[in-house]
Design a protein around this ligand. Structure first.
Ligand code: GDP
Length: 528
């Protein structure tokens, strides 16, 4: 097997999806711990809180703190290379999450045993379904009382519309939690708070029939789990690799992340069965990861990752070939050749200079405003990856400066922050207003705060009379000119210089569409 094929096959690139508070951060930390990427529990959380402990904007900053410090975490485990991509926690950052999910090959869903399937999990699941992303599930907080596990699996099946295949099964719950049975190997792993860090640090019985086990957990607990398993085996599905890979079935694990419990069983199963990088669609053809020539796309941009260095980093997922430091690639959108020097890799929390990277890996490229979300890079052939859209914002505000002399900084700040994709920045063709669009209102607060913090600009955002935006295209230049002339009041350019129609009302949009049948109005902008 060639190096390239071997390296590609051992990549596991995934994201954790969950409703806030289900335990995503804790589980992330435990996975890093088992992967040897961090030494001590508490460091992911510590970073999350420490960065701006004095800020009035604690809540916001904590949100940002997570995504800033741990956007991508890579660690080796059992001969595999695991790439864990972080998804932002707050509901307002849905678009950002959406795009991260376009860059992974599978997902891990965390569910709180007491709360069951929550609203945000449902939304994230819908996104995964668009690409049939394979999903494994971890039912967390078994050390607390929660829903009956059988009912919970029913809930997942009916609410999320995916088959459940329990791989581990809990023995008791809350105070009575004794351990889990592995339904495929038959092994019983005992729950021992403060332990379970490694296999050596766990008490494991070969099967439920081990006479020593009955002595340890008692006949009653044993009888109860046997009854339950009979029910489960009648009602649920056995693990089916193909159904999992097709996104139709989710293997389910039970545990308690904060107690390390059940996490290693999950991770072992994950690295064994989760998919390695898959082929990806471009406008012309599918690109297979084993192809020798390099290609990839940018799914995320983060400004000012390190406030000391004021850098902006574009996160590129490698889709085929091999990345070598200093290589020259073509940026599809501009047709320009770019030298990728000093790309970053993300070994857990540290950012190191990367020499080589393979399909499934994410590299960070320094961006000086020339790279946008959705940009593709390739060698030789021009390839444009599809499916990484910008969505039309739903909320609009007009930026107002307290100090008019700061206009230049405001423009720069808005343009740079909008590169991250959470907000979109529009300059109307007429006048010199600056309009900001977002999908959630929290974004305006974040932008106002960051403008002050990072660009020293005091700006306020006022309501703008805009209901929605559409990107407009027309193949006939004459008709486009006509359209522009008639609608100049409502037209603007987005940060990438694309023409956008800003509609004051939905009715207005409808009329504009009816009056200009040659013009296409699009609610998403695919970068190509
Ligand atoms: P996130 O918002 O999904 O990232 O959730 P966190 O990892 O921050 O966890 C939310 C809260 O649940 C924190 O207080 C954790 O300590 C707690 N937690 C996480 N895992 C467990 C668990 O297994 N058992 C219990 N009892 N609490 C947990």
């Amino acid at each position: 097997m060639s190096d390239h094929l071997r390296e590609t096959r051992r990549r596991r690139t995934f994201a954790i999806i969950s409703h806030p508070d289900a335990g995503k951060t804790t589980l992330t930390e435990k996975l890093l711990l088992f992967g040897g990427a961090i030494q001590m529990a508490g460091s992911v959380k510590g970073r999350k809180a420490a960065r701006h402990a004095t800020s009035d904007w604690m809540a916001l900053e904590k949100e940002r703190g997570i995504s800033v410090t741990s956007s991508v975490m890579q660690f080796p485990y059992e001969g595999r290379i695991v790439n864990l991509l972080d998804t932002p926690g707050h509901a307002d950052f849905g678009e950002d999450t959406y795009r991260v999910l376009t860059a992974v090959d599978s997902a891990l869903m965390v569910i709180d045993v007491a709360k069951g399937v929550e609203e945000r999990t449902i939304k994230l699941m819908e996104v995964c379904r668009l690409r049939d992303t394979p999903i494994m599930s971890f039912i967390n907080k078994l050390d607390r009382e929660g829903k009956n596990p059988i009912d919970l699996l029913d809930e997942v099946e009916s609410v999320l519309g995916i088959q459940c295949a329990p791989v581990t099964w809990p023995i008791g719950m809350g105070q009575r939690l004794k351990g889990v049975v592995h339904l495929i190997t038959g092994e019983v792993h005992l729950f021992e708070p403060g332990r379970n860090f490694t296999r050596q640090d766990s008490t494991i019985f070969a099967s439920l029939d081990d006479p020593e086990l009955a002595k340890r957990i008692g006949e009653a607990a044993l009888a109860e789990v046997r009854d339950e398993l009979e029910l489960v085996q009648g009602a649920s599905h056995p693990f089916d690799l193909e159904a999992y890979l097709a996104g139709k079935q989710t293997p389910v694990f039970f545990g308690s992340a904060v107690n390390n419990f059940g996490v290693q069983l999950l991770l072992d199963f994950f690295v064994e069965h989760a998919p390695s990088p898959k082929p990806r669609a471009t406008t012309g053809r599918e690109v297979d990861p084993v192809e020798e020539t390099f290609s990839g796309f940018v799914f995320k941009i983060q400004a000012n990752m390190d406030p000391q260095h004021r850098d902006r980093v574009a996160f590129l997922r490698v889709c085929s070939g091999r990345f070598d430091a200093g290589m020259k690639v073509m940026q599809t959108r501009t047709g320009k050749e770019v030298k990728l020097a000093n790309a970053l890799t993300f070994m857990a929390s540290d950012r190191d200079i990367v020499e080589t990277a393979y399909p499934g890996d994410v590299i960070g490229i320094h961006n000086h405003g020339t790279i946008s979300i959705g940009d593709s890079f390739s060698q030789g052939e021009t390839l444009a990856f599809t499916g990484i859209p910008n969505f039309a914002p739903e909320l609009f505000r007009r930026a107002r400066l307290r100090d008019p002399l700061k206009l230049k900084q405001l423009q720069k700040g808005l343009a740079q922050l909008s590169e991250e994709g959470a907000t979109q920045f529009f300059r109307p063709l007429l006048g010199n207003e600056l309009i900001l669009g977002a999908v959630g209102s929290l974004q305006f607060d974040v932008v106002a705060y960051r403008l002050k913090d990072e660009y020293n600009v005091d700006a306020q955002f006022d309501q703008a009379q805009i209901a929605t935006a559409r990107w407009v295209h027309c193949d006939d230049p004459k008709k486009l000119d006509e359209f522009k002339e008639k609608n100049i009041m409502n037209l603007a350019l987005d940060a990438a210089g694309e023409l956008v129609y800003l509609a004051p009302t939905r009715v207005n949009l409808q009329l504009a569409q009816e009056r200009a049948p040659a013009v296409r109005f699009s609610a998403t902008r695919e970068h190509a």
